[in-house]
Design a protein around this ligand. Structure first.
Ligand code: SDX
Length: 393
């Protein structure tokens, strides 16, 4: 009826929440983790430092960071039995489905991480996840590539060890970390680390609010992130850019398709629920894409197509009127590709980056003792009516 709908004030946790973790200003393109600007963190911090900041609220001292990584290394083995679950998937399985299932399977092998009430139990569950999740990410890639699993090297730092588990060939004696690749991945993971109450984070919070446990909540968040309107967009962007390239690079044709209401086509990587000006992460990633491809000596024609599409959209009233600008997913796939990551793994890399943010948001919800989530509705169905026997329907 268009009237102001006031919900019973007694209804808490109706989907919105208070949070002290991440601040966004969509009009001004501001993103801050615990008060620190994304620009500074992306330039100066390590991903593990940012994970500590998001989860525990402060940038760690060297001693705190060393202890965190020491605790993580002690938990970085994944039960050998879990390989049977991995082996059960066909090679064609999408890595996001594999990752969500393996994350949920961790529950069976880590029962102590389910009912966490004390700070110590919560810390242990968080450490287990920070330690084992990157192993599962590497498993999904090696499964896709038909490669034997790699057990990592605890002498490497957190991100470099992930690169080794993902990319070391079984025939190599030693895996040389390329500093350009390491720095680019570190930056990309930081840029994806949290984004307040987006679809997948809200999923983590609402599943966690039933006290289903951290691993179950994260597994649900992975499934939400998979969708092409959310984290799955980074894979959809590259597929779209590839199609435009195959189609002769005619970006104007695709701009026209995006405006054709008869045949709804979305320019993947454009638009955002909150940023109605520019996504600060997209600006940083676009700059980084140029640097990384240059440093790696990679020529990628889809980068030029992406830049052409962005330029046209910024000059097109349909996009300007609807405040449609490139988002975090528009350029990230171009860097992942240059790092040798296959397209189907792009959203898995998004999940790897978002893990600390999901953990931080779950921990905040539990520490705040939030009640079970119960979003409200506006009922638009039938009024009371009498049952009709089937012979009379
Ligand atoms: C992420 O929430 C987060 O923070 C998410 C995220 C995070 O870090 O967690 O930032 C990560 O998910 C980024 C978004 C990735 N998704 C995509 O790139 C998919 C393509 N984008 C869209 O589908 C869309 O822009 C959304 C889903 C991102 C936002 O949708 P909105 O704000 O609900 O916009 P809408 O669907 O209401 O559309 C408003 C208008 C419509 O046109 P009209 O009906 O007014 O004529 O804008 C049009 C839409 O058709 N529109 C687009 C468009 N996005 C919106 N038209 C063409 N291409 C697009 N991409």
């Amino acid at each position: 009826t268009g009237g102001l709908i006031t919900l019973d004030p007694g209804y808490k946790n109706t989907g919105s929440c208070k949070s002290a973790i991440t601040f966004l200003n969509g009009e001004e393109g501001i993103l801050r983790y615990r008060g620190y600007s994304i620009e500074e963190l992306a330039d100066k911090a390590s991903f593990l430092e940012v994970a500590y900041l998001l989860i525990f609220g402060e940038l760690p001292t060297q001693e705190q960071l060393d202890k965190l990584y020491k605790d993580i290394k002690k938990e970085s083995h994944v039960d050998e039995e879990m390989k049977k679950i991995l082996d059960g998937f066909p090679k064609s399985a999408h890595p996001m489905g594999v990752l969500s299932s393996l994350t949920s399977a961790l529950i069976a092998f880590n029962p102590s991480a389910v009912n966490v009430e004390s700070d110590e139990e919560m810390y242990n569950a968080i450490i287990k996840l920070l330690a084992k999740f990157p192993v599962l990410v590497a498993w999904t890639l090696r499964k896709k590539n038909g490669q034997p699993l790699d057990y990592g090297d605890s002498s490497l730092d957190y991100v470099d060890n992930i690169l080794k588990m993902m990319f070391k060939s079984p025939h190599e004696e030693h895996y040389d970390i390329d500093p350009v690749v390491s720095s680019a991945l570190n930056k990309l993971l930081i840029l994806h680390a949290d984004h307040e109450q987006n679809c997948s984070t809200s999923t983590v919070r609402i599943v966690g609010s039933s006290h289903a446990g951290l691993f179950a909540s994260i597994s649900a968040g992975i499934s939400a992130l998979w969708g092409p309107l959310h984290g799955g967009a980074n894979q959809a962007v590259i597929e779209m850019l590839e199609n435009i390239k195959e189609d002769g690079g005619d970006t104007k044709k695709y701009m026209g398709k995006a405006k054709d209401k008869e045949d709804p086509f979305r320019l993947m990587g454009f638009g955002h629920r909150v940023y109605k000006n520019f996504d600060p992460r997209a600006k940083i990633i676009k700059k980084s894409a140029d640097q990384v491809l240059d440093q790696l000596g990679v020529e990628d024609p889809v980068l030029d197509i992406a830049k052409g599409l962005e330029k046209e959209a910024l000059e097109d009233s349909y996009f300007v009127d609807r405040k449609l600008y490139p988002n975090v997913d528009f350029y990230s796939g171009i860097i992942y590709r240059a790092l040798g990551i296959p397209t189907e793994m792009f959203t898995v890399m998004f999940a790897l980056g978002r893990l600390p943010g999901w953990i931080a948001q779950w921990r905040e919800m539990r520490l705040e003792k939030e009640p079970i989530g119960r979003p409200r509705q506006v009922y638009t169905g039938e009024n009371l009516r009498d049952f009709k026997d089937i012979s009379k329907r």
